[in-house]
Design a protein around this ligand. Structure first.
Ligand code: PHE
Length: 365
């Protein structure tokens, strides 16, 4: 009995369900990490205020990977081996998720990403889930929009070759755009963190495109847009969710005017669930939530529902419970899940207009 007590006591004394969070809170895409941490924290605080899950409080242990893949791997190992988390929420970018995923999968720890959209992310294994749409869909949405709505018959693409996200999204856009009858007249690339894009933009300008697709993150997109306008490229640019940062408008509002991007969330949605989230988030953090905050809020709620459903913190049982959830209603919309643990849901097209991001339209899957 004493031996048993010794084993049981430390577990009970801990009394919490530990969940890890890995986000790029500092570094080049820090607004992504900060928003994700805020969204995940808010979901945990709300759950704890209602008494926690399975009678235990949730303890969220957040690691900052600085958008460095070695740091992301170290954080995953630390959370799993030292902190003994039952699940991780994170992998903000696809490259981070593709780094953390194999570590979680081989340790049999659940990974739920709210934001990583590259198709390969969930192919890593059955412990990996996501609550966002995929780049296959997002790329097609923008290709359709450029070709049909903007009537762009030719397009140029500028891809970040260092990013799994950017490469996948560029491919998806090009494939659909060409299938529709559009012509890719320039296909240029850069490395994340580059500061001078004039050589690529000069080639793009010479190709006289009707539209320029830049599937990058805001940290690169802002200087790209500024330099493009300086070089006299006046056509609309478009992008994906990676444009979603208040920094884009701070750094390049004028250059971004009239541009469009696809996203997972709009605070303008009339839905009561969304409005309550926007109100509570804004009160707590002093700014409106962006897509990353909303997606990590949804990711955490999805995970907590899975734990509740499993009735235990055994990660294998949590995985099975999550896999059995065929629908979920979040602040980023209603979604269903396919057999590969991918969310199927609508995308929003947003426009930069009057120096602000405004809702333009919704595209159903
Ligand atoms: N989808 C991006 C990726 O996979 C991450 C992201 C999500 C960025 C949502 C902004 C908003 O890398």
């Amino acid at each position: 009995l004493l031996v048993l007590a010794l084993f049981v006591l430390p577990l009970q004394a801990a009394g919490t369900i530990k969940i890890g969070g890995i986000f790029p809170i500092t570094g080049p895409i820090a607004t992504f990490g900060i928003s994700c941490a805020n969204g995940a924290k808010m979901a945990v605080e709300e759950a704890n205020a209602r008494g926690g899950v399975l009678g235990s409080k949730i303890e969220l242990i957040i690691e900052d990977d600085q958008y460095k893949l070695e740091e992301a791997a170290n954080a995953a190992k630390k959370l799993i081996e030292r902190d003994k988390v039952v699940a991780i929420v994170g992998g903000v970018t696809s490259s981070e998720a593709l780094t953390i995923g194999p570590i979680a999968q081989s340790a049999k720890v659940v990974l739920v990403t709210g934001t990583a959209t590259n198709p390969k992310v969930t192919q890593v294994g059955d412990f990996i889930f996501r609550v966002c749409f995929l780049d296959d869909f997002q790329g097609e949405v923008m290709a359709n929009f450029a070709y049909k709505n903007l009537k762009a018959k030719t397009a140029a693409v500028l891809t970040a070759v260092t990013s799994d996200y950017s490469k996948g999204l560029a491919d998806s856009f090009k494939k659909k755009y060409v299938a529709l009858g559009g012509k890719i007249v320039a296909d240029e690339s850069y490395s994340e963190g580059d500061t001078d894009f004039r050589a690529q933009l000069t080639k793009i300008k010479a190709s006289k495109p009707d539209f320029v697709f830049v599937p990058g993150y805001y940290s690169d997109v802002a200087p790209i847009l500024n330099q493009a306008r300086e070089l006299g490229i006046t056509v609309p640019f478009g992008g994906g969710d990676g444009w979603d940062s208040p920094e884009l408008l701070k750094q390049a509002a004028k250059a971004a005017e009239g541009c469009f991007y696809t996203n997972h969330f709009t605070p303008d949605a009339k839905d009561l669930l969304v409005q309550t989230f926007v109100k509570n988030y804004t009160k707590k953090y002093g700014m409106a939530p962006d897509a990353l905050a909303a997606l990590k809020y949804d990711a955490m709620k999805f995970l907590l529902e899975g734990i509740k459903k499993a009735g235990t913190t055994d990660p294998v049982k949590i995985k099975e419970a999550l896999a059995s959830m065929k629908t979920f209603r979040g602040v980023t919309g209603s979604m269903t899940f396919d057999a590969n643990r991918n969310a199927i849901k609508s995308a929003f097209i947003l426009q930069i207009k009057g120096g602000k991001v405004v809702y333009y339209t919704t595209v159903k899957p």
